[in-house]
Design a protein around this ligand. Structure first.
Ligand code: GLU
Length: 282
């Protein structure tokens, strides 16, 4: 039996924390009910991976929670939305989908919401998990899994957003040759609790940005080093000396996912060592 409801109606480029919280609260309510076996969320593709990771960390259930979207409009030739939606329902209804964390079903593949990201502006194969690949496939009404998520998810996390109505302010700063260090000042002036830097290569920082980062971590602003390459890990204390800078390495989370983990981590602690540990656990 299928039942539908509308949580929000926005293009996903307009996604914001309050919709994430509303969605997590509602899923947590629904998942407790004995007449609900699984939940499918239709979502714009622009930020689908981010919403998925937020839910991966905040919904408390082993029941399948699956996000779906469409790259082509409903009136396009070979529109992909109807099949993605059907596949999402097939995945959510399948018993083997239980306790795999939040899933994203796109283009016949099933991905972990932790690992999946939009990699192409327009192509139907845009959703990829560059570091890990998909967990399984869904086609012809059948589901087959090949992998399992190892990182802690859903009911295994420490993040509980019950009663939480806003999230700490965390922004992303893009790294590039000649990065303008004034961007760091602007974020500090805007009273951010944390900054994620999409660093170059192994999450490296431009020297003048690095100098500012060393100052602001001493003022209690959390700085996480992610990277702009699109794949791979940012290693702790490798080319960049995190111990000297007071920075946190994002491991293999891209900047937008690192931002979500940092927002949730800041609800629990302001200790960079504990937050670093979370980046290795989630
Ligand atoms: N940009 C819009 C969104 O992400 C529509 C495009 C789409 O759904 O792929 O909501």
């Amino acid at each position: 039996n299928l039942r539908g409801e509308q949580i929000a109606s926005v293009g996903s480029q307009a996604m914001h924390d309050s919709v994430w919280l509303k969605l997590a609260h509602r899923i947590n309510e629904l998942a407790k009910r004995s007449d609900v076996d699984g939940i499918v969320i239709t979502h714009g593709t622009d930020t689908e991976g981010e919403t998925g990771y937020f839910l991966q960390l905040t919904v408390k259930t082993t029941k399948p929670v699956v996000l779906v979207g469409a790259m082509r409009s409903a009136t396009a030739l070979s529109a992909d939305g109807p099949l993605n939606l059907y596949n999402g329902i097939v995945v959510a209804a399948n018993k083997t989908s239980a306790d795999r964390g939040v899933l994203v079903a796109m283009n016949d593949y099933i991905y972990s919401a932790r690992d999946v990201t939009k990699t192409n502006t327009t192509n139907v194969s845009t959703f990829q998990a560059p570091n890990t690949g998909p967990l399984g496939v869904v086609m012809d009404g059948k589901v087959e899994y090949y992998h399992r998520i190892i990182r802690k998810h859903t009911h295994e996390t420490v993040f509980d957003v019950t009663g939480v109505n806003s999230l700490p302010k965390v922004d992303i700063l893009y790294g590039y040759a000649n990065t303008n260090p004034v961007l760091v000042d602007a974020l500090v002036k805007d009273r951010v609790a944390g900054i994620v830097i999409a660093g170059v290569g192994n999450g490296n920082l431009y020297p003048t940005v690095e100098a500012k980062v060393k100052q602001i971590t001493r003022q209690g602003i959390m700085v996480v080093r992610s990277n702009r390459t699109g794949s791979g890990r940012v290693l702790l204390n490798a080319e960049t000396d995190d111990s000297a800078l007071g920075t946190i390495a994002a491991d293999d989370l891209n900047p937008q996912k690192a931002r979500i983990l940092l927002q949730l981590a800041l609800l629990k602690t302001k200790d960079p060592k504990q937050i670093q540990q979370m980046f290795f656990e989630y």
